[in-house]
Write a protein that binds this ligand. Structure first.
Ligand SMILES: C[S@@+](CC[C@H](N)C(=O)[O-])C[C@H]1O[C@@H](n2cnc3c(N)ncnc32)[C@H](O)[C@@H]1O
Length: 381
């Protein structure tokens, strides 16, 4: 990869991606829609934040996720999915777990490790785990990781369009929030699109926010229902890419049960006066970066998921949305059989104590339990 960060935090990649963004802005002779900026910053094949070889997730990365807290998350998900896998595996059918955005593949190992103990041998042998990873270099790393660990029922593909799955369990943890968003702003008179432009800054140029009239009819259609009594400058993120995302999954599967887990809000919470600046955040080394335009390719960019919106898009694509709950209620309900087993065993070994500490962090409302939501979707069940 083209990872060439230097000690002072500058890198050849940042310069390359900055020039590329400036070129795009010049080409358009105007401003770049925010989702196109975010796409380049996160997913440019050579310089994108998510395509580079840096460590992103975990205490030694830029942010933590439920997966990086430890093996507990995969274990509880295994308890959650096991009954559905058992019923899908009737008639000797194969069941495929598809994970999106697997990063280092830890959830795959944690879940399959726990499922190997929960399921009968005959069902576990018919279980496959497929990671969808759009980027070649990351695919190769995951592939060799699974092979070197002797995991033969694992596979990695580039997209749902490569798949045709009869019985599918879908899992995506913190993926929806990483899908590029558009931004809109109430200017006191009308909703306008927030884009990225450039201004002269000494000898060079600097990226700045620019407002434009909304041209996209899909975006116009969404903002026409937004409140118009908000304070001037109120900013909201809108994701127009969920439609293709769910359409592809729907087309590739016959029967599906999936959990999409992310931090997010209900539609009315988005317009809370305290969220005037929107929910777009930039992260690096566990801190928030004030200017999300400052270091494309080197910082994470993410926006809260509007769960009312994503749920209506999933329904329009044909899925049944069976529930949206917070991670606290979801995990406590899913972990019940595991917790009962621990209670029955009577004494706690060190490993179980460690898992229970992780569990507390995952479900506790003031840590990860309340902000994270789980949307359960179904097809053909
Ligand atoms: C915040 S990371 C997720 C980390 C990981 N799931 C975890 O819980 O530790 C977001 C991931 O989503 C991936 N991603 C974004 N859009 C995707 C898509 N359409 N299909 C598959 N992965 C996608 C990114 O490449 C990145 O690996």
């Amino acid at each position: 990869m083209s990872e060439q960060a230097t000690d002072n935090g500058q890198s050849a990649d940042t310069n390359s991606i900055m020039s590329l963004i400036h070129e795009k802005i010049d080409e358009l002779d105007s401003a770049l829609p925010f989702d196109e900026f975010m796409e380049l910053a996160l997913y440019h094949p050579n310089y994108g934040y998510y395509t580079s070889a840096r460590k992103r997730v975990g205490t030694d990365g830029d942010f933590i996720t439920s997966v990086s807290v430890g093996q507990c998350f995969g274990k509880v998900l295994a308890y959650h999915f096991a009954p559905t896998i058992e019923s899908m595996a009737s008639n000797s059918d194969e069941v495929v777990i598809v994970e999106l955005g697997a990063e280092e593949g830890d959830l795959a190992k944690d879940m399959m490790g726990a499922l190997s103990e929960l399921l009968s041998d005959s069902i576990f042998k018919r279980l496959r785990y497929i990671v969808v990873e759009p980027f070649t270099a990351k695919r190769a790393i995951l592939h060799s990781k699974f092979i070197s660990e002797g995991l033969d029922n694992f596979d990695v593909v580039s997209g749902f369009n490569e798949l045709s799955v009869k019985k599918c369990i879908l899992i995506a943890n913190e993926v929806l929030d990483a899908i590029p968003v558009k931004r809109v702003r109430w200017n006191g008179n009308e909703w306008v699109e927030v884009c990225v432009s450039a201004v002269k800054d000494g000898e060079g140029k600097r990226l700045v926010v620019a407002e434009k009239n909304i041209e996209s009819s899909a975006l116009k259609n969404i903002v026409k229902d937004y409140p118009t009594t908000l304070s001037e400058g109120f900013t909201v993120e809108v994701n127009l890419r969920f439609n293709n995302f769910f359409k592809e999954i729907f087309a590739a599967t016959e029967m599906l049960y999936g959990c999409l887990i992310d931090y997010g809000l209900k539609a009315d919470e988005i317009f809370d006066p305290g969220r005037k600046n929107g929910t777009l955040r930039a992260y690096s080394k566990h801190g928030i970066i004030d200017d999300p335009l400052s270091s494309p390719g080197r910082i994470d960019l993410t926006a809260h998921v509007n769960f009312d919106h994503v749920s209506s898009v999933a329904k329009d694509c044909g899925f049944e949305v069976s529930s949206i709950t917070d991670q606290y209620h979801f995990l406590v309900r899913s972990a019940e059989p595991w917790l009962l087993e621990i209670e029955r065993a009577g004494n706690l070994d060190t490993e179980t104590e460690k898992l229970l500490r992780q569990f507390k962090m995952l479900f506790h409302p003031s840590v990860m339990g309340q902000n994270f939501k789980v949307m359960e979707i179904k097809k053909g069940i």
